[in-house]
Design a protein around this ligand. Sequence first.
Ligand code: 5GP
Ligand code: ZN
Length: 115
Amino acid sequence: MSKDCLFCRIVAKEIPAKIVHEDEQAIAFDDINPQAPTHILVVPRRHIPSLNELAAKDAGLIGHLHLVAAQLARQRGIAESGYRVVLNTGRGAGQSVFHLHLHLLGGRGMRWPPG
Ligand code: 5GP
Ligand code: ZN
């Protein structure tokens, strides 16, 4: 746990969030500034700053985060209509919280390419 990391503090329940999934490896909660009707962040409990710091031994973890996103998409009823899973890496790509997280976005049409 990193004391000055926002998502570590949400994982530790020091900062409140609308948690929609919890397991041994991951938690998921509603984004505070939703960009779509469904906008959930899927976060590993362990502090990993970004995809750049992920190691080969973390292959199972990054796979698990995607499986959680897919399960939440089914629960929200957007699995068939379509959803997007986004992993911003680095400031130039829009990453603002340096604790790895997947965005699960859905419930509206999505454009391509993203901005
Ligand atoms: P990034 O820009 O790093 O890919 O995504 C960070 C996300 O975290 C943003 O979508 C932002 O709205 C969300 N966020 C920032 N602060 C908080 C917070 O305190 N609580 C929650 N639930 N989401 C947050
Ligand atoms: Zn963290």
